[in-house]
Write a new protein. Structure first.
Ligand SMILES: [Ca+2]
Ligand SMILES: [Ca+2]
Ligand SMILES: [Ca+2]
Ligand SMILES: [Ca+2]
Length: 367
């Protein structure tokens, strides 16, 4: 679904679209006018959207909720701004305001956990659900007032991101898989505590407001050229590395003192000069085994190449997504947005030469 279609779909609810194509798209559940597009519920028998006392005005209020851990969730099976393929939507963050009015004993020592749930395509059956979760700062104590929580959601990540965990929520749950969950979020839940721990039952009086989901589209950097630094170009052009397709840029290795080496550099240009995120996706193979690949980025601050990924190169296409690059601004030249990627493959001299095949190089920048 494209952005325009989404805007139409959610136009019944308050929307804040930013002007710039690079800026984030946000949906926020403010509960204004009693709207609850996500179907948010504490599963409490005593629950309503109050018209005053929120942050500001309307908010979701649950009281005399007798539970070991309040669980604020979107309605099972309901499609909303909070559900869907987070990776395709380029979801970047989820936030919420919470307030604890009263609790019998203590609200202390409980992290607020964001859970992204995949319902295994059976929304009515919770026994086969799986979730990926992240434990944030502790839930608000009585007297702390409204407290804001912002969770980073690395929806672009190919594998479970650092700090995230997965959990089987029922006895029939399959083994959880990050990609399955993040490309099919069916329910979002805020768990008052660590979902792997036990807590005593007590009576809660709590509220939620301003539940937001933020999309932060990445901008692809335009590839400008590809050049062999070591080895010999066999075939291919810049066009060969634009897509995952049957076309490759092929390089024959060249022998050195210790290794056969094939080394190629790619130049890309980004419009975004202040990247918060830099993501390099490569799809490469070698024609022989026991080849090691090193992917490096030109650091324009130090003038050196920084290795960002090292791996044993399969002889079939291998996709690498490098998405946790520290100080991304060092790799985008401030004068013109240049980004340089180096793909180096090496093989021990006595093992013989090989060919480097590059199917695709993709450079994306998020501001
Ligand atoms: Ca509100
Ligand atoms: Ca289910
Ligand atoms: Ca391929
Ligand atoms: Ca290709």
């Amino acid at each position: 679904m494209n952005r325009v279609q989404r805007a139409i779909l959610y136009s019944a609810a308050p929307l804040a679209f930013a002007c710039s194509a690079l800026a984030a798209d946000t949906y926020t559940e403010t509960f204004a006018g009693g709207v609850n597009a996500g179907g948010w519920t504490y599963w409490s028998p005593n629950e309503t959207i109050e018209t005053a006392g929120g942050n500001p005005d309307n908010y979701l209020h649950a009281w005399e909720l007798d539970t070991f851990a309040p669980q604020l969730s979107t309605e099972p099976g309901r499609a909303s701004a909070f559900t869907g393929d987070y990776r395709a939507r380029q979801v970047a963050r989820i936030g919420i305001d919470l307030k604890t009015f009263h609790v019998d004993f203590s609200a202390g020592g409980r992290p607020l956990t964001l859970m992204l749930i995949h319902d295994n395509n059976t929304p009515a059956d919770l026994s086969d659900d799986v979730a990926a979760y992240y434990r944030g700062p502790n839930i608000p104590l009585v007297g702390e007032g409204w407290k804001r929580y912002d969770f980073e959601v690395p929806s672009h990540a190919a594998t479970l991101p650092a700090g995230w965990r997965t959990i089987q929520l029922g006895e029939n749950s399959p083994a959880p898989d990050w990609s399955t969950i993040i490309t099919g979020v069916r329910r979002v839940q805020f768990f008052y505590g660590d979902p792997e721990m036990f807590f005593i039952f007590q009576m809660w009086d709590i509220g939620a407001d301003n539940i937001s989901i933020i999309e932060d589209p990445l901008t692809p950097a335009a590839l400008r050229n590809i050049k062999v630094q070591r080895g010999t170009r066999l075939s291919g052009t810049l066009a060969s590395i634009l897509y995952n397709d049957p076309y490759y840029y092929k390089v024959t290795s060249q022998p050195g003192d210790v290794y056969h080496v094939a080394e190629t550099t790619v130049r890309a240009v980004s419009d975004a000069l202040n990247p918060a995120n830099l993501i390099i996706r490569t799809e490469t193979r070698a024609t022989e085994s026991v080849v090691q690949t090193r992917i490096a980025l030109r650091n324009f601050t130090t003038g050196r190449w920084d290795t960002v990924d090292t791996f044993w190169q399969p002889t079939i296409d291998a996709v690498r997504v490098i998405d946790s690059i520290a100080n991304p601004q060092d790799y985008v030249r401030q004068s013109d947005g240049l980004i340089r990627v180096r793909i180096q493959m090496i093989r021990a001299l006595q093992r013989g030469p090989f060919q480097q095949w590059i199917d695709q190089v993709k450079v994306s920048v998020g501001e």
